[in-house]
Unconditional design. Structure first.
Length: 161
């Protein structure tokens, strides 16, 4: 019988990039679109990509005990469509009464639940893209589509070298 030498945490990549969104609702699906773009980039082996869809609470298991988690999601903001905002988990939890994510069980609640379970990532970064159109449709608006390569570049600057 082979002895298991690695723990659960050691098998996981320390950095996780999660794209959140519903690709059936135009710009609401920006997160998965960014993940697809990142799949064509040469990333460090310490980085894992995940299309989180609209998973919400189901993401807790995925983010637990990571060194860093970077979320990309459509967010409500006082900004022009296609604008990208960088936030930390601390900034989001400070504004808990104001929902930022467009999802029922949003990023704030997911991170708070991971904290309560004692397995929160050491660092959480949220890159939020202001949507223009969240009606039914598979295509991103021109403004949000133009933000995808910018989001990829910003994510790359967040990764360990």
């Amino acid at each position: 019988m082979q002895k298991m030498t690695k723990t659960y945490q050691e098998k996981r990549c320390p950095v996780l990039v999660v794209g959140i969104g519903n690709i059936l609702l135009a710009d609401e699906g920006v997160g998965p679109h960014v993940i697809r773009a990142l799949e064509n980039v040469d990333l460090p082996p310490s980085v894992e990509l995940l299309d989180g869809g609209t998973a919400g609470a189901d993401l807790i298991d995925q983010i637990c005990d990571r060194q860093k988690v970077i979320f990309i999601d459509a967010v409500e903001a006082d900004a022009e469509p296609g604008s990208i905002l960088r936030m930390t988990a601390g900034q989001l939890t400070a504004n808990l009464c104001r929902s930022v994510s467009l999802h029922e069980f949003g990023l704030v609640e997911t991170v708070i639940m991971a904290e309560q379970l004692g397995c929160a990532p050491k660092e959480v970064v949220i890159l939020g893209v202001k949507p223009k159109d969240v009606s039914c449709g598979l295509e991103l608006s021109q403004e949000v589509a133009a933000a995808v390569p910018k989001a990829v570049e910003l994510i790359l600057t967040e990764l360990p070298s």
